[in-house]
Structures are given as C-alpha cells and as structure tokens.
Design a protein around this ligand. Structure first.
Ligand SMILES: [Zn+2]
Length: 460
C-alpha cells in the first residue's frame, strides 16, 4: 500500500451493482485507486495508518460525469446572449461571432474556468462539446486544474462561414488525425482526445466516414450534436430523403462508442436504430428550457430509456445553460418528464442520479474506471457537507441528493486520488486570479466581437 486515505461519511452512496448506501461508511483509497468500501469502523481498524477525512456530517458520492459541455467559446461570455433570442439568431448572430475572437490564451482560461466550476460542484469528469481552435492550450490548462475529461477540436466542413474557423474536408480530417495521434492521452491519462464533430448539418459524408474510421482506429469515442430542433431532421429529409439517424447509420457512423447530444426531435424508427447500435444519448435539459427546444412536448427520453439506450446528462454552453453544475441539470431530468407525462415514474431520483454517474461513465467509455465507488475503480470521490439548511434533516439521501442539494454543498473532491477541492477551495489553481482574468477576458471578448450591449434595463 502506498499513500492511503480513508474517506468517511454518514452515507457512502456507492452506485455499485446493488446500489448500496453504506451508513457510517468509508471509502479507502490508495494512490489513484479505490481499494475498499465498507463500514468506517471496520476500515479504520484494518487501516489505522490511513489519513482520515470526512466524518458524520458528510455524504460521500462518486464524482458526477457531465457528458456535454462547451469549455471554450462560451464560459467567458456566460449569459451575454439575451434569453429571448430565437435559436438561429442565437447561433449565427451571437455565438459564432463570439467564438471567432478568442485567442489561444483565452481558450485556455475558458477551459480552466469551466473545469473549476465543474469540480467545485462535484463533477469530476466530462465530455467536451468541442474546442473551437486551440486544443493544445486547452489540454495544458485542464492538466493544471486536475479534472478528468475527453476533448477534441470542433470540426466541420460544410458551411463556408464564419471564415475565421472555416475548414474544408481535408483540413477537418487533418485536425482529427493530429489530435488522436498526439493527444490520445495527456495529464497522466486524465485527459484524452476523441473524434468530435459539430454535427447537425455541418459535416459532409466523407467527413462523417473519416471521423468514424479515426475513432475506430484509435479506440476512442465519437461525439456530435444532432436534432435539438426541427432544423436538423428537416434538412436531412430535404437532402437525403431520410432522417439524420437513418442517414448516419447508413454511413456506418453509429455504434456503442458514439455519444449524440440533444436528440429531442427524433422519431420511433430513429430510436430503434440508435438502440440497436448501442449509442449513448446526452440530454441537456437546461439548454432545452432556455433555447425552447420543446423537449417536454416532443422529447422521447422516456422511450429511449425504455428501448435500452444509455442516457446521460450534459450542461452544454453557458449561453444556453448559464451554469455547469450537473446537480441542477440532474434535478431537471428528474422533474421535466414527470410533469410532461403526468407520471412520477419519469424519472425517479435514483434513475436520474444513475444517469449523472454510471450513465455518464458509460458515455465516456470509462464504465470500468469511474461512475461508482467500488474497489478497483479510480478514486474520483465527492464529499457533500450536509451541515447546510437544504440538507437538513437528512432522511432520504438519494431524494435529497437530486431534489434538495446542488453543487454548493460540495466540500471536498478527489480526482485520481488527488484532493483538487479542499473545504470548498481549489488546491490546484489560484481562484481569485482565475476569476479576475475571466472577468477581464469576458469584457475584452465581447468588446472585440463588436456585438451590441443588449441589456434591457438601463445600466448607469
Ligand atoms: Zn452543445
């Protein structure tokens, strides 16, 4: 045994096969791995030399897994786009011009701000939506913060604009090949590149095929956006005479290593195909609410789960979801379809929490490494402090994790056995400096973009 730590809690939420909630429990970690879980008293007696952390006022959980987040392009312009902007205007008139003016240093800073927000709210691993341009700097910044993630430059080849990040097919494939060759594993394996496409209608068939082939060749996942709104199915039907999932399946794109974000406007045949190919679907409820996707009216997340599709949860970009606290998105997952279908079975707190942990781990293809507190898995562990009003009294831990708590009660976080958040503070980066830099960069980026200040109330 090397460096051992015994993490104790009033409850250990294991998320193991039998979903054990261990009262007065503990997790023993040795270096970067979990070596035992059990009653705290037993583990204390067996390992008297281990460092002891936590205690009766803590709930110990696995780190959450956020399976769709824009760590560049959006964190430094968080909340800038008015929330009554129509979808297309949002993307083309606001977000694209903002994405275009980021420098490499700003993208690095943006990724660090996103990673710090995730860690401090209990997310220890994420799948990136796609770095706009400067992946090397982003990987370097993430390595410093200490989070786990799968990342990749955002590629596309169809629309000619905006010119600043225009790509043709060869350039896009070149970006994918380069990142999978050079960034397959970074920061001690915590960070690794995937094949990540913008998706929607921005990719030619040759690019889809190449991204699929490269993911297979390098043994990594493939991720993209599809069908948040009717624009995607309408465009695919107009061009190919069939819906997006059917077309992608015919191209050979779909498989168990594929994570598709949104999938709000899909039909029953598409669900059948997605289920038969074993894809994961990433549900981003906050985006659906803020950008009016209609998820509660037409979304088929309950049918997808019923069909056996792995559903996980993302927070998306900070102009579609101003926060990156996965607890708050998980709360919505537990609630939206209960109301939409007038059925409390959609989805119970336990099911929503499974999506945020085990479902996320499966989406990241890391189901053997993370998502639960079990011997042999990575020591990605979160301690919630329950000495807070929203946690008391503590009578039903799973209900309260989803319906009462959010990331504010996250006290201490381990990733790979390293304590990256301690008593609510980052141990790896200077937070005050990060926030000051983020404020300055956000003001500069919005100014440089030439976009108007759309505050509706007078500012003086
Ligand atoms: Zn997105």
């Amino acid at each position: 045994m090397g460096r051992t730590t015994l993490i104790e809690g009033r409850y250990v939420v294991s998320m193991n096969a039998t979903r054990d909630l261990i009262q007065d429990g503990a997790v023993l970690i040795d270096d970067d791995r979990i070596v035992a879980t059990g009653k705290a008293a037993d583990l204390r007696a067996a390992h008297p030399d281990a460092e002891r952390v936590g205690g009766d006022r803590f709930v110990v959980t696995p780190g959450l897994v956020n399976t769709h987040i824009h760590i560049t392009g959006e964190p430094l312009t968080r909340g800038y786009v008015p929330d009554d902007t129509p979808f297309e205007e949002n993307v083309f008139e606001w977000l694209c011009p903002l994405y275009a003016v980021y420098t490499a240093a700003e993208e690095r800073l943006s990724a660090q701000l996103a990673a710090v927000e995730m860690l401090k709210s209990g997310t220890t691993a994420f799948l990136e939506a796609g770095t706009i341009r400067f992946l090397d700097e982003v990987v370097d910044g993430l390595g410093e913060v200490g989070i786990r993630g799968r990342v990749g430059r955002w590629v596309w080849d169809l629309p000619p604009e905006p010119g600043v990040y225009r790509q043709d097919t060869d350039v896009a494939i070149g970006h994918l090949a380069r990142q999978l060759r050079e960034l397959r594993s970074a920061a001690g394996g915590r960070i690794g590149a995937w094949s990540i496409l913008v998706g929607h209608t921005t990719c030619s068939d040759p690019l889809w095929r190449a991204a699929r082939a490269l993911a297979t060749e390098h043994g990594v996942g493939l991720s993209f956006h599809m069908s948040p709104a009717r624009l995607d199915p309408d465009a695919f039907i107009a061009e190919f005479g069939q819906r997006p999932m059917i077309h992608l399946d015919q191209l050979g794109v779909l498989g168990p290593d594929v994570a598709i974000t949104h999938c709000v406007h899909v039909d029953d045949r598409e669900i059948e195909v997605m289920a038969s190919r074993g894809v994961s679907v990433v549900h981003c409820p906050t985006t659906a609410l803020k950008v009016s996707y209609g998820v509660t009216q037409v979304g088929k997340m309950p049918e997808m789960v019923q069909a056996g599709i792995n559903l996980s949860i993302g927070t998306d970009g900070n102009n579609a979801s101003n926060y990156s606290d996965l607890h708050r998105a998980t709360y919505l997952v537990a609630g939206l379809f209960k109301d939409a279908r007038t059925d409390p079975q959609m989805f119970p707190a336990e099911t929503a929490y499974e999506m945020a942990t085990l479902g996320g781990a499966r989406t990241l293809l890391l189901q053997d490494e993370i998502g639960s507190l079990e011997p042999g898995k990575k020591a990605d562990v979160v301690l919630h402090d329950t000495d807070r009003p929203e946690w008391r009294p503590l009578l039903n831990v799973m209900n309260q994790l989803v319906w009462s708590a959010d990331g504010r009660s996250v006290h201490t976080v381990y990733v790979d056995g390293r304590r990256v958040v301690d008593g609510g503070r980052m141990t790896t980066v200077d937070e005050e400096r990060l926030y000051a830099d983020a404020q300055a960069a956000g003001e500069e980026i919005t100014l440089r973009s030439g976009l108007p200040d759309r505050a509706k109330f007078p500012v003086w």
